[in-house]
Write a protein that binds this ligand. Structure first.
Ligand SMILES: Cc1cc2nc3c(=O)[nH]c(=O)nc-3n(C[C@H](O)[C@H](O)[C@H](O)COP(=O)(O)OP(=O)(O)OC[C@H]3O[C@@H](n4cnc5c(N)ncnc54)[C@H](O)[C@@H]3O)c2cc1C
Length: 414
């Protein structure tokens, strides 16, 4: 009996396992090769349950490789998936497993049952139907290449046990250590992204837990804008959070400035005119009174402070331009990305240049495949990261099964 080992039973690993088992069945070799998922945890798919606030934004209606880091590699992988008429191949994979879903804003796809467990359930059902075995509580610590060409890989586990596999898919997620794989495969340093930003705390501390809808722009130390995101921002006592911030965290660096446009519907001149008109209408208001109905009082005080205006001082006509500037660019100095537990994705990992996008096989390591976040691929919020996990897992699992099937065929002919 040959083994295809799937190391890691998260999103990409489970997709790889289903795909490998189905490919073996289609090749007629399922009786001679088994697919085994080795998972460190005591259950498979726990990572999936935590996604999308427990609802699992499992994909996007409009996935384009351009959304991803290492876009041309991702384009190759997405292109390697068999076309399914007009349907996205990942969506066709899930439809075939029995998943129904619905689309929310920005093309985000969620299971119809609105629970992440619904996505895991269809995957677990498929694993059972396809005869995939799961070895739980098995944390791989090292994978050694075969002693001779065409031989089996050795997978060492934390408890001292060893498994042998003709082919394997490394699907251990974003915290995969470099030393897990044999030889010096090129590896990009890992750091968490898609998380909150830590900023200077003085302006945000009084705003803890307040949400504002705004346009957030990340600017470099030279003041040049690098990216903008519209959406809801949640102030925290250490910085800012929310989907717009998560997306900007992919490119944020300490020393950048985050500029919040709190009145995006008005340009700066229109904003200035509005402030002057309010002043006349309200009859000698203080700065704080002027902003009633425009901003929450805590936010108004913070913005006035940044403009150098006292909230309780009478608002002068000449103050309009400096206040409009602060409203259109409430500035926070970025200190860095929040800690790893607050982030959804790890940037870095195995360099994509070491893998063939058509198969996910490591160059020069025949029979060794990788998928998901173990590779240096990430994308903004919106279902893209899970889409990558499924897509790369399906390609890797299929190619691993084809590789074993090919060798078996050669063995029988010899
Ligand atoms: C809180 C949160 C919410 C998220 N929400 C979304 C969302 O809604 N939509 C979206 O697209 N993305 C979301 N993501 C990102 C998405 O979950 C990941 O991109 C995706 O799960 C990556 O899949 P993966 O298979 O590479 O890794 P994982 O799903 O993390 O799976 C890795 C698996 O490998 C196991 N493992 C690790 N090391 C070993 C080892 N040495 N030996 C054996 N097993 C091992 C782990 O226990 C785990 O089960 C979210 C992430 C987080 C943290």
């Amino acid at each position: 009996m040959e083994t295809i080992a799937i190391i890691g039973g998260g999103a990409s690993g489970l997709a790889a396992a289903v795909s490998a088992a189905r490919t073996l069945a289609s090749l007629g070799t399922a009786a001679r090769t088994e697919v085994v998922v080795f998972e460190a945890d005591e259950r498979v798919g726990r990572s999936i349950l935590a996604t999308g606030n427990g609802r699992c934004n499992f994909s996007n209606a409009c996935v384009s490789a351009d959304a991803y880091r290492n876009a041309s590699f991702v384009a190759g992988v997405l292109g390697a998936l068999a076309p399914c008429g007009s349907a996205d191949p990942v969506h066709a994979f899930f439809a075939d497993l029995g998943l129904l879903w619905r689309e929310e804003g920005d093309g985000r796809l969620y299971p119809l049952a609105n629970k992440a467990s619904s996505v895991l359930d269809v995957l677990r059902g498929a694993l059972a139907r396809e005869g995939v075995r799961a070895q739980l509580g098995h944390r791989a610590t090292r994978i050694d290449r075969p002693g001779q060409p065409g031989g089996r890989y050795h997978v060492r586990f934390e408890d001292g046990s060893i498994a042998h596999a003709r082919a394997l898919v490394v699907a251990t997620g974003g915290r995969t250590p470099r030393g897990l794989l044999p030889d010096a495969l090129p590896f990009q340093p890992q750091h968490p992204v898609l998380g909150p930003l830590r900023t200077e705390t003085a302006p945000v501390k009084p705003l803890n837990n307040i949400r504002v809808r705004c346009v957030a722009t990340l600017a470099g130390p030279d003041g040049a804008p690098r990216a903008s995101e519209a959406g809801e921002i949640l102030f925290r006592d250490y910085g800012v959070s929310g989907i717009a911030v998560f997306n900007l965290s992919r490119i944020a660096r300490p020393g950048d400035a985050l500029l919040l446009d709190l009145v995006p519907q008005l340009d700066e001149r229109a904003c200035e005119r509005e402030l002057r008109a309010r002043r006349v209408r309200l009859g000698a208001p203080t700065g704080e009174e002027l902003l009633v109905g425009m901003l929450l009082p805590q936010v108004a005080r913070a913005v006035l402070g940044q403009a150098g205006l006292r909230p309780d001082a009478p608002f002068a006509d000449g103050d309009a331009s400096v206040l409009a500037g602060a409203l259109k660019g409430f500035a926070l100095a970025v200190r860095g990305v929040g800690d790893a537990r607050q982030c959804q994705v790890t940037r870095g990992g195995f360099d994509v240049s070491a893998f063939d996008a058509r198969t996910m096989e490591a160059r020069g390591l025949s029979g060794l495949f990788a998928a998901g976040e173990a590779l240096d691929v990430d994308a903004p919020c919106g279902g893209y990261n899970l889409h990558w996990a499924w897509a790369s897992g399906i390609v890797a699992g299929r190619a691993a099964a084809n590789a074993v099937g090919r060798r078996e065929g050669e063995g029988r002919r010899a």
